[in-house]
Design a protein around this ligand. Structure first.
Ligand code: ATP
Ligand code: MG
Length: 567
């Protein structure tokens, strides 16, 4: 698939909004209250793809003054854990949505679902099947050939009731029997060929424990849960489109008196990203990343830890838009959105990632001045802070060149530059070690240039950030890059793991930061000026050992790309 670039400033109504407004206008919504739901399976952490489904379902409920239910789709006890349930709730709250009192579990309905199944059996609409898994596959048919009816399809109702009861009592082995709906083995839609309703699983469920050893299938559970909760618009991703006939069948079973409707939208795909819980779980289990909340992961907890703001993610989702056609969104759009947001809110601070010592020879020995530095030029209310200046500072190694290349305006012998928030300095001398590496640069400063201007309004072309040596704090900085090298991991190699970027994390252990950073807290948005946006790490950062994650660099390839497109 070609990456699709979209930049929407003003958004027109999407197709789901049109459906909802039309339903409201034509009195097709009970109590005129839109009720949506987000039904994650608690078998992993939420990723940015889920954020799209969350923004659609919670966002639509918010927009039309309705409500959105959070429902754990917990029908797979072997894979589901309380840890995931808690994390899902945290992540939705972090994104800025709330389900209020409407928190449910599919397992709340196990008894009801069981009774409905009994009625289906009694009405001759469901049967217990003893075909093996392989036989079942064979009988199911293909996209081009109809399926075959199982020999058990016409089992007498009494026998079905007895066998289903025995399944419930644990008298049959896993995989030996299933309960199926009697729909249509010749249907062109394979999902309608007598779908499974219940399977046997001797697994302890996180909520119902060992009460059940038969568990209802998703295609049966989800529509009936929607009906029980009075969902009006059940909005999910496109892969459920082919399941909609089963959804419609299940919500029209006798005795179910509310009819929700399912609508499908395209999943979110992003270049260089893998958005599948199964694949993400693999990365975690095989320690290819350091957990679900590794800042390189596309999980919401990973992105939060990396320093993404919830606002930037919501902005991104809204720019991507809601459509019915699958597309791949350019990763740069996400970075563009996070830069846009952090530019407005991030506190500017100085950190030198790759330090070079600069000694200012005419600065009074042992003198320390505290200079005013604005916190955010984009935010007039952002205030200022004091930063120390002294006769020994660090600048970035790349801000000095002994023999400058053409067009280099930073520090080199004989050249004058401005130190951000401080003075003008001129380089006079270079000190090297035995191997000829530059280890120190000697400069003089102009005492008249305090704050970055001189009485004669002398112009300099370079401005460097810096940190005063005696007060500098030593930090660890984690420079993250894309987790996958290719735009579509696995598509050309056949295995997404072959496209992993083994340099997606570079740790800098001796970064020098201004002393105000000793109070930095995870959750505070920072810009290390000229270096990028950063956030203190929520797991490893401490006053004794400060650790910062790079959220995103300052370089904006997205804007350039957009300019090119509009040229
Ligand atoms: P995965 O494929 O990552 O395992 P899933 O669909 O199995 O995801 P669920 O927990 O069942 O995970 O998803 C909950 C809801 O989130 C579903 O209704 C699904 O439509 C939606 N969803 C999941 N991935 C995406 C995505 N990439 N874009 C949009 N919606 C998604
Ligand atoms: Mg799913």
């Amino acid at each position: 698939m070609e990456p699709v670039v979209e930049l929407k400033e003003e958004r027109s109504m999407n197709f789901l909004e049109r459906i909802i407004e039309d339903d409201l206008a034509n009195n097709r919504v009970p109590d005129n209250t839109i009720v949506t739901r987000f039904p994650p399976e608690p078998n992993g952490y939420l990723h940015i793809g889920h954020a799209k489904a969350i923004c659609i379902n919670f966002g639509m409920a918010e927009k039309y003054n309705g409500r959105c239910h959070l429902r754990m789709d917990d029908t797979n006890p072997e894979k589901e854990e309380q840890e995931y349930i808690n994390a899902i709730q945290d992540d939705i709250h972090w994104l800025g949505f709330d389900w209020n009192d409407y928190f449910y579990h599919a397992s709340d309905y196990y008894q009801t679902l069981y009774e409905i199944a009994l009625n289906l059996i009694k009405d001759g609409k469901a049967y217990v099947d003893s075909l093996s898994a392989e036989q079942m596959k064979e009988y199911r048919g293909t996209l081009t050939e109809p399926g075959k009816e199982s020999p058990d399809r016409n089992r007498p109702i009494e026998d079905n009731l007895r066998l289903f009861e025995e399944m419930r009592q644990g008298k049959h082995a896993e995989g030996s029997l299933i309960l199926r709906a009697k729909l249509d083995m010749a249907s062109p839609n394979i999902n309608m060929r007598d779908p499974a309703l219940y399977r046997i699983k001797f697994a302890t469920h996180p909520r119902t424990g060992d009460t059940w050893c038969i568990y209802p299938m998703y295609d049966y559970t989800h529509p009936i849960s929607d009906a029980i909760e009075g969902i009006t618009h059940s909005m999910c991703s496109l892969e459920f489109e082919d399941h909609r006939p089963v959804y419609d069948w299940a919500t029209s079973i006798d005795g179910i008196d509310h009819t929700p409707h399912q609508y499908e939208f395209a999943r979110l795909n992003i270049t260089h990203f893998v958005l599948s819980k199964r694949k993400l779980l693999h990365l975690v289990k095989h320690r290819l990343v350091l957990g679900w909340d590794d800042p390189r992961m596309p999980t919401l907890c990973g992105m939060r830890r990396r320093g993404y703001s919830p606002e930037s993610i919501r902005d991104f989702i809204s720019r991507v838009g809601v459509a019915k056609v699958e597309s791949v969104v350019d990763y740069n759009l996400l970075e563009f959105c996070v830069r846009e947001d952090l530019n407005k809110r991030a506190q500017r601070v100085m950190a030198v990632l790759d330090p070079l010592l600069v000694v200012i020879t005419n600065y009074p020995k042992d003198k320390v001045e505290w200079l005013d530095a604005e916190n955010n030029p984009e935010n007039p209310q952002g205030g200022t802070r004091l930063i120390p200046f002294s006769g020994e500072i660090y600048i970035e190694k790349e801000d000095f060149m002994e023999v400058p290349v053409k067009g280099y305006h930073r520090l080199y012998p004989g050249n004058e530059i401005r130190l951000k928030h401080a003075y003008y300095i001129t380089c006079n001398e270079v000190i090297k070690d035995d191997q000829g590496n530059v280890v120190e640069v000697r400069c003089t400063y102009d005492p008249e240039s305090k704050g970055g201007t001189t009485p004669d309004q002398r112009k300099v072309k370079g401005t460097s950030h810096w940190v005063s040596v005696p007060q500098a704090i030593d930090c660890e900085v984690r420079q993250y890059d894309k987790l996958f090298l290719t735009e579509d991991p696995g598509v050309s190699t056949g295995n997404y793991l072959d496209d992993l970027n083994h340099e997606s994390l570079v740790v800098l252990s001796h970064v020098k930061c201004e002393p105000s950073l000793k109070d930095a807290q995870p959750g505070e948005y920072l810009q290390f000026i000229r270096n990028g946006y950063y956030m203190a790490d929520s797991k490893d950062h401490s006053v004794e050992h400060p650790v910062f994650n790079r959220t995103v660099t300052l370089k904006d390839s997205w804007s350039k790309k957009m300019k090119k497109i509009h040229q």
